[in-house]
Design a protein around this ligand. Structure first.
Ligand SMILES: [Zn+2]
Length: 254
């Protein structure tokens, strides 16, 4: 219990850093300077107003100086990051997988929110993921290195194929370059089997979400849904339950 509480706190602090990345990267601002400040009035945020999750509620969702609302994304990312740290520990304990998958979830959380807010998947997040993933795979988990490379190429390849097919069928771009690179990067962390499962799950969830939004009139036939959030959901399900889902599927097919 104590370890889980510590991991929850570390995850929340990590989430707090991800919030900085999510805000600054698409705006091409430096990640280190200046120190945390209110995006509306520019006031520097003191350490006691910068406690992950808690400060948002203590300050009652408002900046101490200008009283403008703090976006709900701040506590949401911190809570998600904290919860993911605990769940991944619960499933894998302290292992290579823990290191691998907490890194992947941090990368995915970041692009989910940059895609939702700005419609962007920053190249430097992808590049960081590719380098970290290949490096960790080679050093800590060499058995997986070839699998990682195959999944990188296969994931990217399938997305390029879908992008081309979508362009032919619908005469417009349905899958962006950022989506293709993101799937390739995710492949490095997940290996081939779970990458294929992730793609299947994320397209399934995206289709259901898209149709539901058209039905409740939140979207039209031709509006573009950001793909990163769906890929993130698919990848998180796969990294936690992928082996069980695939075992169940192959049993069914026998
Ligand atoms: Zn302010």
């Amino acid at each position: 219990m104590f370890i889980k509480l510590i991991l929850f706190c570390i995850g929340a602090i990590f989430g707090s850093f991800l919030n900085v990345v999510i805000y600054r990267l698409p705006r091409h601002e430096s990640l280190l300077f200046p120190a945390s400040h209110c995006p509306q009035c520019g006031e520097k945020i003191c350490w006691f107003d910068n406690i992950p999750i808690l400060s948002f509620f203590i300050l009652r969702r408002k900046c101490r100086r200008c009283k403008l609302p703090i976006p709900a994304r701040y506590p949401i990312v911190e809570i998600l990051s904290a919860v993911l740290f605990v769940i991944i520990y619960y499933v894998y304990g302290f292992s290579y997988e823990f290191l691998f998958y907490t890194t992947l979830s941090a990368l995915l959380l970041t692009v989910t929110f940059t895609d939702l807010e700005k419609g962007k998947i920053p190249n430097c997040v992808i590049l960081t993921g590719v380098i970290l993933g290949l490096y960790m795979s080679l050093i800590f988990w060499p058995v997986n290195f070839i699998n990682s490379l195959i999944a990188f190429l296969a994931g990217g390849g399938i997305m390029i194929f879908w992008a081309a097919a979508g362009k032919l069928l619908f005469k417009k771009e349905s899958i962006g370059a950022g989506d293709i690179k993101l799937v390739a990067m995710t492949g490095i962390f997940l290996g081939l089997q779970n990458t294929l499962l992730t793609l299947f799950l994320s397209f399934l969830i995206a289709t259901v979400a898209g149709i539901s939004m058209i039905i409740i009139k939140k979207a039209q036939m031709n509006s573009r849904l950001p793909f990163a959030p769906f890929l993130t959901i698919g990848a998180l399900i796969s990294l936690m339950y992928g082996n069980q889902i695939c075992a169940w599927y192959f049993n069914l097919m026998r």
